[in-house]
Design a protein around this ligand. Structure first.
Ligand code: BTN
Length: 252
């Protein structure tokens, strides 16, 4: 396509050629009272950030966007938005990639194509248990033209996987699916999202390594619980629920 992307009515597009980080800009806008649906998009980021303080390489040609949401829910529920974002992106990618391409989900929020990471999701939120969430920023980085070559995991892009989609095509397809899944989550809760995510998950039932802030655990990825936590079956018996961490599959 050419020209400005056409997004569903829910979204208020704020487009930049170049910015430090779309998540950072969305935070600034949230603090100024911007409405839910504000979507910051930049063609390039100079200080893109990933999960756990890592940097996110952000050259022109890929999609960098952050969506401001203000869901009426407890902060503990916010991680579910990461799963609905992964499911939405998975469906958008399936529509843009050749049919043979295999789109898969990796806990918690990675989206893979052909077992290589094509996108990352970064959630940032403000709120407390007493008053609920004030805002939530859903940051998504999608490799459209290229993928970084220096990652500790395999990475790919839409173009490398055989799609000729533009950044605008991806933004349009993704926002359509986000609108659908965000609406569904608000009316029906997490279960349909959880089922959809599980239908494309990689590594369920397999041995995995989970790296936490201060320890690394090994065990079997036994289940995704009703709130989005990973249930790890430990070698010494028993299960441990993991709310946040990095998962490594030996098979990848
Ligand atoms: C990850 O580590 O997998 C998450 C990466 C998230 C990157 C996106 S790019 C758009 C938004 N702005 C940022 O600075 N980060 C997120």
């Amino acid at each position: 396509m050419s020209g400005a992307p056409r997004l569903p009515e829910f979204f208020r597009l704020v487009a930049h050629e170049r910015i430090d980080s779309t998540n950072e800009e969305a935070r600034r806008l949230a603090a100024q009272g911007a409405v839910e649906g504000t979507l910051v998009w930049a063609r390039e980021q100079t200080a893109g950030r990933g999960r756990r303080g890592r940097r996110w390489s952000s050259p022109p040609g890929n999609l960098y966007m952050s969506l401001l949401l203000r869901p009426a829910c407890a902060p503990a529920t916010a991680p579910q938005i990461g799963f609905l974002a992964a499911v939405s992106l998975g469906e958008a990618l399936e529509a843009l990639l050749p049919v043979a391409a295999e789109v898969r989900f990796k806990w918690p929020n990675d989206v893979l194509v052909g077992r290589a990471k094509i996108a990352g999701i970064l959630l940032e939120a403000s709120g407390d248990a007493m008053h609920g969430l004030d805002w939530l920023i859903l940051g998504m980085g999608i490799n459209v033209a290229s993928a970084p070559g220096d990652t500790p995991y395999a990475a790919t892009s839409l173009h490398w996987a055989g799609s000729a989609a533009t950044v605008e095509d991806v933004l349009e397809a993704l926002t359509l699916r986000l609108q659908h899944w965000y609406g569904r989550w608000q009316t029906t809760g997490f279960e349909p999202v959880r089922e959809r995510w599980l239908s494309g998950v990689l590594g369920l039932g397999e041995q995995v390594e989970v790296r936490l802030e201060r320890e690394t655990l090994s065990g079997r990825f036994a289940a995704l619980d009703a709130t989005g936590g990973l249930e790890l079956e430990l070698p010494q018996g028993g299960r441990r629920r993991i709310a946040a961490g990095d998962v490594y599959y030996p098979s990848l």
